[in-house]
Design a protein around this ligand. Structure first.
Ligand code: SF4
Ligand code: SF4
Length: 99
């Protein structure tokens, strides 16, 4: 029987280095977004304010758990979220990944 720790560790994310599945359409809109709900709604902490003039919101898409909340929360409909391509993204396994 699996231990609780083994069950918690049964979700893995296989990133697609060739395609980012969460994007912000226009970063200029983010500078005028007062509430920045993407920073707090995401349970995986994908979005972060980085003070860059050209891209104020950083997107760590490789830690996305694919809940879709960001797409709904953005008041400007400025976030595009797609599911990762087949064999990428959140993967459930009872085996520890070898790589
Ligand atoms: S909620 Fe939308 S508009 Fe506001 S900072 Fe986030 S991505 Fe930009
Ligand atoms: S889909 Fe969910 S986990 Fe992924 S970036 Fe959006 S809010 Fe975060």
């Amino acid at each position: 029987m699996s231990t609780l720790q083994e069950k918690i560790n049964s979700l893995y994310f296989k990133p697609d280095d060739s395609w980012q599945h969460v994007i912000i359409r226009d970063q200029k809109l983010c500078k005028d977004c007062s509430a920045n709900p993407c920073l707090t709604i995401c349970p995986a902490g994908v979005f972060g304010w980085n003070y860059a003039v050209t891209a104020p919101i950083g997107i760590a898409y490789k830690q996305c758990i694919e809940c879709g909340a960001c797409r709904l929360a953005c008041p400007c409909k400025n976030i595009d979220f797609f599911y990762p391509k087949s064999s990428y993204g959140v993967i459930y396994t009872e085996e520890q990944p070898t790589s």
